[in-house]
Design a protein around this ligand. Structure first.
Ligand code: NAI
Ligand code: MG
Length: 487
């Protein structure tokens, strides 16, 4: 593997700017999804490591050199880290692709986004202003945005480098000291980027990273009384545990828990523009994207036409090793492969039938976690494939009759993260867009995970709180009102 000299292999947990093994001395093997073989090790951090990390963050926030930096100085550090990610992007992309199984082109795009998070929030750090509020005579009232203190961040395995930037950059921009628990399935780029943060000059304790199992290190972080705010991205089931832990410590949290996002195609849509996006929004990252467009809602009058074009595309899709840069790579783990295949197995008769499958390349290494993409339809509205998140390359096609029917079906899920709507009628786009119960709507387009500048988040089972854009700076800070009686 061609790794740049300043990208070093994982060397434990980062606590107070020092790499150390887990207190218990144990490690977890790192498996490459492309061949199922272990190729590295990470520290199996536990409660003691989390405790040390939270204490380091606390010291950084309470009087440490991190707390003494101005917003502009914090911003410069963030931008410097963004530059270092860009300078090391190719090496980081290689690590990411091997660790997650994703094609190199996706890993390269992820590094551009990861760097951009630090650039964007670095630039924003000193542009968050308070307000003055007219009040009684003799008073001056102003609001300021305070950081929470120590923020805890638990991220998943689907976009490790991007998630590192998405959650840490805004928290750091606002002056919080951070503790991150990346996913045990893929955390090599978060570790490598944390190492670059040392090179950038982040003061001791601003960024701490503890690797380990979710129910051990993740649980210890979410329950730690020294954490002032939590940010979690992952499954709805663990999201519940995070909320319970946050409630017990009387702190807030943001949760981003995935979705069953619709892409709605009306008969007057520009089908030529819509078709590649419809397929791309579910195939990207092997469908392992919280905002994947996993339901294609297609107006009955064009259903057959759209589905046959999609079938042609799906039949050509190929899963292969990350270095072959095919349409998709291996899924993250044997567990995820089983989960996705069990969903596909449910498409076995009326209510959900397989229209076509893509293929797994003959060159794909034995032992890798490959799944051939599946186009399924027509899927009955009540079927699991119309309701539950698969988190794999599986597109459920669902016909609808008219605008009202489209809105009803689109919103008939417990999730609500993203929606895409395709039509040439501007009024319809706006009407349907406004009726969507979710956090982000694309009109004549779809950006699965795209747009650092665009506020992003869910409703109900997709979670709550908003990331990205300036919204994230507000999530990672709280208003304080200063009331001055000047007489
Ligand atoms: P998960 O929710 O178990 O893992 C996400 C993160 O939470 C990881 O860092 C993990 O170590 C941590 N975690 C696990 N148990 C924990 C606990 N008890 N306390 C604190 N932290 C804990 O998700 P998993 O099992 O990897 O994937 C299962 C399903 O979740 C996927 O099939 C998909 O549907 C959904 N998912 C959604 C994601 C999204 O982007 N919204 C990302 C990953 C998974
Ligand atoms: Mg891995």
């Amino acid at each position: 593997m061609n790794v740049a000299a300043n990208i070093k292999p994982a060397r434990g947990c980062l606590i107070a700017n020092t790499w150390r093994p887990a207190a218990i001395g144990k490690t977890i093997p790192v498996v490459s999804p492309s061949d199922g073989k272990a190729f590295a090790e990470i520290a199996a951090g536990e409660a003691a490591d989390v405790d040390a990390a939270v204490k380091a963050a606390r010291a950084a926030f309470d009087g440490g050199s991190w707390s003494k930096l101005t917003a502009t100085e914090r911003g410069r550090l963030l931008m410097k880290l963004g530059e270092l990610i860009s300078a090391n992007a190719e090496a980081l992309a290689q690590i990411e692709a091997r660790d997650t199984g994703k094609p190199m082109k996706q890993a390269r795009a992820d590094m551009v986004a990861a760097a951009r998070y630090f650039e964007y929030y670095g630039g924003a750090a000193d542009k968050v202003h308070g307000e003055t509020i007219p009040f009684m005579a003799g008073y001056n009232v102003q609001t300021v945005r305070d950081p929470y203190g120590v923020t805890g961040h638990i991220i998943p395995w689907n976009y490790p480098a991007q998630m590192f930037g998405r959650t840490l950059a805004p928290a750091l921009a606002m002056g919080n000291a951070t503790v991150m628990k990346p996913a045990e399935e893929a955390c090599l780029t978060p570790l490598a980027i944390a190492d670059l943060a040392l090179e950038a000059g982040f003061p001791e304790g601003a960024i701490n990273v503890v690797t380990g199992l979710g129910h051990v290190a993740g649980a210890a972080l979410s329950e730690h009384r020294g954490v002032d705010f939590l940010s979690f991205t992952g499954s709805p089931e663990v999201g519940v545990l995070i909320q319970i832990a946050a409630a017990k410590n009387h702190i807030g949290c943001t949760l981003e828990l995935g979705g069953k996002s619709p892409q709605v195609v009306f008969e007057d849509a520009d089908l030529e523009a819509a078709l590649p996006v419809l397929a791309g929004a579910i195939v990207q990252n092997g469908g392992q994207t919280c905002s994947a467009g996993s339901r294609a809602l297609i107006q009955k009058s064009v259903y057959d036409k759209v589905v046959s074009a999609l079938a042609e595309r799906f039949s050509q899709l190929t899963a292969a090793s990350y270095d072959e840069d095919a349409d998709l790579g291996a899924l993250i783990s044997a567990k995820q492969k089983m989960r996705v295949e069990s969903f596909i197995g449910e498409a076995n008769g009326p209510g959900a039938e397989i229209i076509t499958r893509g293929k797994v390349s003959a060159s794909a290494p034995e032992g890798g976690f490959y799944v051939a993409p599946a186009l399924i339809g027509p899927v009955a509205e009540t079927h699991r494939l119309a309701k539950d998140e698969v988190f794999g390359p599986v597109l459920s096609c669902i016909p609808f009759t008219d605008e009202a029917d489209a809105i009803r079906i689109a919103n008939d899920t417990e999730y609500g993260l993203v929606a895409g709507i395709w039509s040439r009628d501007a009024g319809r786009l706006m009407r349907v867009g406004k009726a969507m119960r979710c956090g982000q709507v694309f009109l004549n387009g779809y950006g699965a995970g795209g747009g650092i500048e665009l506020p992003f988040g869910g409703v109900r089972k997709s979670g709550h709180g908003r990331e990205k854009g300036f919204a994230a700076l507000h999530e990672f800070s709280q208003l304080k009102t200063l009331v001055h009686n000047h007489g």
